[in-house]
Design a protein around this ligand. Structure first.
Ligand SMILES: Nc1nc2c(c(=O)[nH]1)N[C@H]1C(S)=C(S)[C@@H](COP(=O)(O)O)O[C@H]1N2
Ligand SMILES: [Mo]
Length: 189
C-alpha cells in the first residue's frame, strides 16, 4: 500500500464528482480477447492475457487525479498491478529510455521509463473497491499519480519501449512532454 496524495497543486480546483473525460467513444472490451502487448525495445515481446494479468502480485494505492484543465478529484483508491511488476515480465533493453502506453481508439501517452517505475504507477482494474466502470477505463487503465491525469490512459492495450522520446495523443497536440502538475507543465512552451 502506498500513498501518493497530498496538497492541491498550483492552479488546481477540487471537484466532488469524478468527471469522465475522453476523446472518442467508450470502447466495449471483451476480456477473452483482451491482450496487453509489451513490445519495442525488449528482448522478447510478450502479450499478457487477462488471466495472466490478474494473477500477478496485487498492488494498491491512494492518489489524487489532477486534470490539466484544472480539476482535481482527490483520494482515489486504485487496485491492480504495479507497473514495475508488468515490466519485470520482459527484459527492457538498456538503450530504452522512453515508452508509449497505447490504448483503444488510437489514444497513447508518452512517458519516460523513470516515471513508469515511480511509486503509485500501476495498471488499475478497481476504483474505490469496485470494478472499473466502462467510462473510467474498464477493464484496465494506467495510473500515473504524480503527473497530469491525461497520462493515466484508460482502456490500455500495451506498452512500447523506445530509445527516443515520441509524443503520444495529447503530446502531439501541444501538451507538455512530461506533465508535472507541481510545476504546472501543462502545455509545451
Ligand atoms: N484512452 C483514453 N484515456 C484517457 C483519455 C482519453 O481520451 N482516452 N483522456 C485522458 C484525460 S485528458 C483525462 S483528464 C483522464 C480522465 O479520466 P476519467 O475519465 O477517469 O476522469 O483520462 C485520460 N485517459
Ligand atoms: Mo484531462
Amino acid at each position: 500500500m502506498s500513498k501518493t496524495r497530498g496538497a492541491l497543486p498550483p492552479g488546481q480546483v477540487q471537484t466532488n464528482k469524478f468527471p469522465a473525460i475522453h476523446t472518442g467513444p467508450i470502447p466495449t472490451v471483451d476480456l477473452h480477447s483482451w491482450r496487453f502487448r509489451i513490445f519495442g525495445m525488449v528482448d522478447q515481446e510478450k502479450s499478457l492475457t487477462w488471466d495472466e494479468l490478474i494473477q500477478l502480485p496485487r498492488y494498491d494505492t491512494t492518489s489524487d487525479a489532477h486534470c490539466v484543465t484544472t480539476w482535481t478529484y482527490a483520494d482515489n483508491h486504485w487496485e491492480g498491478v504495479a507497473f514495475h511488476t508488468v515490466m519485470s515480465i520482459v527484459d527492457v533493453l538498456p538503450e530504452a529510455n522512453f515508452a508509449l502506453v497505447h490504448a483503444e481508439n488510437g489514444y497513447s501517452v508518452s512517458l519516460n521509463i523513470d516515471d513508469l517505475l515511480r511509486e503509485g504507477v500501476m495498471l488499475a482494474f478497481k476504483h474505490n473497491g469496485e470494478t472499473l466502470s466502462p467510462e473510467h477505463g474498464f477493464p484496465v487503465r494506467l495510473i500515473v499519480p504524480h503527473l497530469y491525469f491525461w497520462k493515466s490512459a484508460k482502456w490500455v492495450t500495451g506498452v512500447e519501449f523506445l530509445a527516443e522520446y515520441k509524443p503520444g495523443f495529447w503530446e502531439q497536440r501541444g501538451y507538455h512532454p512530461h506533465g508535472d502538475p507541481w510545476s504546472q507543465q501543462r502545455y509545451r512552451e
